[in-house]
Design a protein around this ligand. Structure first.
Ligand code: ADP
Length: 587
């Protein structure tokens, strides 16, 4: 019931259309019911051999069906309109909500699962709304109208017809319960399949490099078979209920005929009304069949509703305060005060971090994999909120300012750049959506990307392919740098790529980054010696704690972990004579 009430909220904005649809349904049902007096009068007219009446009644019947058809159209059109509107609104709401949700949601939920809920489940709800409006309501109106008329004709005969109703209701309810349970599982299986499909498509390269195709096919087959199993269970319940309901109908009609004959013989019913009664009894069949069938659609839709509302009800873990103030243009000082953070309760990933970065400084973060470097930088734009302590930017607590005003002053160049399908220009413009073409080009020039872009036949209008698949890793990185240049942020966050690029690409990227870093407070997860040596400060992280903090020369003098690592890397470097270094590997 609660689900129903929630669903009705989505229909509310379309009250006008709903009222019009209800009027259409009402006329449609009245037309249905009017068949009975027509039949009764027709049989009387036949008895009286009154040809004029017969002609008029036949004409009236034709007119009735014409009107019925017209209003059926109106009702169908309006119901679809409402159903499609609700679905569109719901999808947009879910999408908006997905944009609001924090990164922890995306870490926990499988992409395919989210997609299945947004696409398949919402489609189920739409189907139910259309079916309710086009079938259930008019059929219910017909059901009550016909029953009312039958009561007027002969209440005792109607009572006989109704005696069987509780059996109907009980049977429908039982089937409905089963269908809901099975529907929930069947939907879940569809979501599992989407999730698997999504994983293997995005991970196609990994699947191939490990020759895991057969393994993946086996996994998919298992999931597909599970889905088949549940779909068959669904079909079984659905097909069992038809003959059972059909038999119950026959039982009701036979009982009516049998008892009706006695009523006529006893003189309590005239024969033409008995014929109208039969017509009425047959008119009841459709509503009963439709209602019993629709129950399953509704049960399935309710299961889908639950799944959609479950997503809608997840609150974003990072939320803006209702009285959040705008962060004014910043100079770029960043302060961590006793910051501790954990993803899971009790498992601290960052412990008691204290730091003050002055505007324009470059802070390099080094440390072994899993030390907490990514987590550290993710706290600055508030992708996550620390459980203890606070982070101040130019003295403003990040928790008190609006997310938009905070994030638009922070630029990020990630390790793996994600490009969106579209042109190179669109992708660079992601840094500043209203940038002019000239601004885009000068950002690309600064990012050393202009050269390779203009070599493409379509230049800036080149399509990058899905997730930028048509560009090389180095090219994608330079696009990411161009985005950051365009954004012109006071704070910059860099996550250096660990994978080695060819020397030329590497040089171009390093050069572009040096230009980008100038004048900005930069946090960099550093894997390259040059970056670390040139940083104003180096933080060595281990198990979520800063174990060393200072400039390259200061840390070298300290004779601690950093010095050991640096020397090891230096040896490694001369040994391998590689253009790039992977500091991370040495910890
Ligand atoms: P680094 O960047 O130094 O390799 P991370 O900040 O990525 O380290 O990870 C620090 C720790 O937090 C690791 O133990 C990692 O397993 C854990 N971790 C990272 N992301 C999540 C997450 N979304 N949920 C739970 N634990 C996480």
């Amino acid at each position: 019931m609660e689900l129903f009430l929630r669903l009705i909220k989505y229909i509310k904005p379309y009250k006008k259309e709903l009222i019009l649809a209800l009027v259409c349904m009402l006329v449609f049902s009245v037309c249905n019911i009017a068949v009975m007096p027509l039949v009764s009068n027709l049989s009387s007219a036949v008895g009286a051999r009154n040809f004029t009446s017969i002609n008029i009644l036949i004409g009236a019947t034709l007119a009735l069906f014409l009107i019925k058809g017209l209003f059926q159209y109106g009702q169908g059109y309006l119901a679809s309109f409402i159903g499609q509107r609700v679905v569109t609104d719901m999808r947009v709401q879910v999408f908006k909500h997905l944009q609001d949700l924090s990164l922890d949601f995306y870490a926990k939920w499988k992409t395919g699962e989210i997609m299945s809920r947004t696409i398949n489940d919402i489609a189920n709800i739409q189907l139910a709304i259309v079916v309710i409006a086009t079938e259930i309501i008019p059929q219910l109106l017909t059901l009550f109208g016909v029953l009312g008329y039958l009561l007027l004709l002969n209440w005792r005969l109607t009572a006989v017809a109704l005696l069987i109703t509780p059996v109907f209701v009980y049977t429908i309810d039982q089937f409905g319960r089963q269908m809901r349970e099975i529907g929930r599982n069947a939907q879940k299986k569809v979501a599992d399949i989407s999730a698997l499909l999504q994983e293997t498509i995005t991970g196609a390269r990994i699947v191939k490099s490990f020759s895991m195709e057969a393994h993946e096919i086996k996994r998919f087959n298992t999931e597909a078979e599970h889905s088949f199993g549940w779909s068959m269970k669904e079909a079984q319940v659905d097909t069992t209920q038809r003959p059972i309901m059909g038999f119950l109908q026959v039982l009701a009609i036979v009982a009516v005929i049998w008892f009706g004959c006695f009523e006529v013989i006893a003189g309590r019913l005239n024969p033409s009304d008995l014929i109208a009664f039969f017509a009425g009894a047959f008119l009841l069949i459709d509503p009963i069949i439709v209602i019993s069938k629709i129950n399953t659609t509704i049960q399935k839709a309710l299961a889908s509703c639950e799944r959609v509302f479950e997503v809608i009800d997840i609150a974003p873990s990072v939320r803006e305060k209702s009285n959040a103030e705008e962060l004014p243009p910043i100079r770029g000082s960043v302060e961590f005060n006793n910051v501790s953070f954990s993803y899971e309760p009790g498992e601290e990933v960052l412990s008691d971090i204290n730091l003050k970065a002055e505007p324009g400084q470059t802070i390099a973060l080094v440390g072994p994999s899993g030390a907490g470097k990514t987590t550290f930088i993710n706290l600055i734009p508030r992708f996550y909120d620390p459980q203890k302590g606070n982070i101040l930017i130019d003295g403003f607590d990040t928790k008190n300012v609006s997310l938009l005003s905070l994030r638009k002053q922070i630029g990020m160049v990630p390790q793996e750049t994600v490009l969106f399908s579209g042109t190179i220009k669109d992708n660079i413009r992601y840094g500043k959506i209203d940038a002019t073409d000239e601004e885009v080009i000068s950002a690309a020039v600064a990012a050393n990307a202009h050269g390779f872009i203009t070599e493409f036949p379509s230049s800036y209008d080149t399509q990058v392919g899905e997730r930028g698949s048509l560009l090389s890793g180095g090219q994608k990185q330079r696009i990411a740098i161009a985005r950051a240049v365009l954004r012109d942020p006071a704070i910059l966050i860099l996550d250096e790529a660990t994978s080695s690029l060819d020397t030329e690409s590497e040089r171009l990227i390093q050069d572009a980054l040096q230009k980008l870093i100038k004048g900005r407070t930069t946090f960099v997860i550093a894997h390259r010696l040059s970056t670390v040596q040139n940083a104003s400060r180096i933080l060595v992280l281990k198990d979520g704690r800063i174990i060393e903090d200072g400039s390259h020369s200061e840390l070298m003098e300290k004779d601690g972990m950093y010095k050991r690592l640096f020397e090891m890397q230096f040896k490694e470097r001369t040994k391998e004579a590689k253009g790039t270094d992977q500091m991370q590997l040495l910890f």
